[in-house]
Design a protein around this ligand. Sequence first.
Ligand SMILES: [Zn+2]
Ligand SMILES: [Zn+2]
Length: 299
Amino acid sequence: MPPPPDYKLSEGGPFFALHLLPLLAIFTGTTWVDWAVCFGLFFLRMFAITGFYHRYFSHRTFKTSRWFQLVMAVWAMSSSQKGVMWWASTHRQHHKYSDLPWDPHSPAQRGLFYAHVGWIFDRNHDETDMERVKDLARYPELVWLGKHWMVPPIALGVLVWWFLGWSGLLIGFMLSTALLWHGTYTINSLSHVFGTQRFESGDTSRNNWALALLTLGEGWHNNHHTYQGSTRQGFYWWEVDITYYGLKLLSWVGLIWELREPPAKLLEEGRRRDAAKRRGEPRLPEVGATDTVTARTSA
Ligand SMILES: [Zn+2]
Ligand SMILES: [Zn+2]
């Protein structure tokens, strides 16, 4: 069994400050540009978290060049969610032990609050398990960035302050960063509690369209837990997955390639399950589960 939580609340100063400091905008006043930058930086960085940290660095669902890999790492790191090595290693641990005691953020194990934010303040999750990210450790630039993960977000904050002044920093950078953190966290917390389960993925992962809109596609979390090797997480046209559309655009201009699709057999099974549910039939037994399990363990 994993050790009990060992909280480091005293180190949470910058985290809490970033939530409270935007209130100072009451004194500075704000412009529409500050709010536009807040909106823009939220979604641009959400795209980088889901498209790059998650679908590329954690699951390697497409390929790219070494220079664009570096661009993706820096872009995603500007969200201030620690370095690419740490993010990928804890995420791979999440899939390996989904909802089991060694899952770093399972609501089923330690409750919704711990899964949402508590685990980030638990010293037990400070270290990066380099064994889990050997494929990324081959690139010294990624290892360096992993050790200096504060550089991209501070650089972005300074840039926003330089162009937009204090109100830009408070709203455009700080508020959007705090919102972005919680948007990302919902996938670890709410997406394992609220929503529907199309597949029997063997854990509590759910599909939730509202979370999918907020997180640009990550809310199709039961699809994702069932087949991690796919670039798209909205498996059907009606499952809006904006990150996937963005990644498609990047592939059309040649920056990334070999995006991976879910197997046709799995999509067919999903359609059968949806139809059976509409008819009010009891849950179908898992067909093609061997493929699913292979995909889970190989990702
Ligand atoms: Zn994942
Ligand atoms: Zn999950």
